[in-house]
Write a protein that binds this ligand. Structure first.
Ligand code: FMN
Length: 208
C-alpha cells in the first residue's frame, strides 16, 4: 500500500510539516509506504497515479488555503490525476473549527466532488501538543480506507434500468464496460449501479 502526502506551506518545519510527519509515521506503522511532496501549482502530478491513498494538507494564510496546493488543483493537473483516488484532507489554521469548516475546507472540497473523501480534519495550533488528535485522524483514515477495500469485495447490484441500457450496448463492448462500471462503483462505495452512476463513470473515466 502506498500513500502520498501532498502539501503546501510557507514555513519550513512549521506546524503543517509537523502534522505531516506525525501522519506519515502513523501510516508507516500501519504498513504503508509513505512519501511526501510539497506542491507547486504547475508541477506534473502524473506520479500520483502510483499511490493508493492521497492525503492533501495545507495551512490557511489570509483566509485562503495555501496557494500552491490550491493552484495545483485549479490550474495544474492534480485534479485530473486524483481521479478514482481515495483521499483524506487536513488543514492547519488559527481559526475555530466551525469557521474553518465553513470557510476553508470547502476551498479544497469543491475541487474534489467526484472523489471519495475518507476523512477530513482541521488542526488548530493546539494540536501540536495534542498527539491524540493526530492519532485519531490517522486511525480514522485507516478505518475508512480498510472499509472501502472491504466494500470492493461486495459487488454492486445493477438496477433494471442500468441493466437494460447495458444490454443495448454492442456486445463486443460489454465485457470491458461492465468491469469498468463495477470497479468505479466499488471504488466510490456505491451499492447500486444506476443510470446516473454509469453516466458519472463515463464522465469521470472518459479521459483516461
Ligand atoms: C501570515 C499568516 C496568515 C494567516 N492567516 C490565517 C487566516 O486567515 N485564518 C486562519 O485560520 N489562520 C491563519 N493563520 C494561521 C496559520 O494558518 C496557522 O498558524 C498554520 O498552522 C500555519 O502553518 P505553517 O506553520 O505550516 O506555516 C495565518 C498565519 C500566518 C503566519
Amino acid at each position: 500500500m502506498k500513500a502520498i502526502i501532498l502539501y503546501d506551506s510557507r514555513s519550513s518545519n512549521g506546524s503543517t510539516e509537523a502534522v505531516i510527519d506525525a501522519i506519515g509515521l502513523g501510516l508507516v506503522e500501519a504498513g504503508f509506504y509513505v512519501e511526501k511532496a510539497k506542491c507547486r501549482a504547475t508541477a506534473d502530478y502524473s506520479f500520483v497515479k502510483d499511490f493508493d491513498l492521497v492525503i492533501l494538507g495545507a495551512p490557511v494564510y489570509y483566509f485562503v488555503v495555501a496557494s500552491q496546493l490550491l493552484g495545483a488543483l485549479i490550474h495544474g493537473n492534480l485534479k485530473k490525476n486524483l481521479k478514482r483516488k481515495k483521499i483524506a484532507l487536513f488543514l492547519t489554521c488559527g481559526s475555530s473549527q466551525s469557521t474553518a469548516a465553513v470557510l476553508y475546507l470547502p476551498q479544497l472540497k469543491i475541487h474534489l466532488i467526484r472523489n471519495k473523501i475518507l476523512a477530513e480534519k482541521i488542526f488548530l495550533p493546539s494540536v501540536l501538543s495534542d498527539g491524540d488528535a493526530l492519532e485519531l485522524f490517522v486511525e480514522d483514515v485507516l478505518h475508512q480506507y480498510n472499509k472501502s477495500l472491504k466494500s470492493r469485495a461486495l459487488s454492486a447490484k445493477w438496477t433494471n434500468e442500468a441493466q437494460e441500457w447495458f444490454q443495448s450496448m454492442p456486445s463486443f463492448m460489454q465485457g470491458k464496460f461492465r468491469t469498468m462500471a463495477e470497479e468505479y462503483a466499488e471504488e466510490m462505495g456505491y451499492k447500486e449501479i444506476t443510470l446516473a452512476v454509469l453516466e458519472e463513470a463515463r464522465d469521470t473515466l472518459g479521459g483516461t
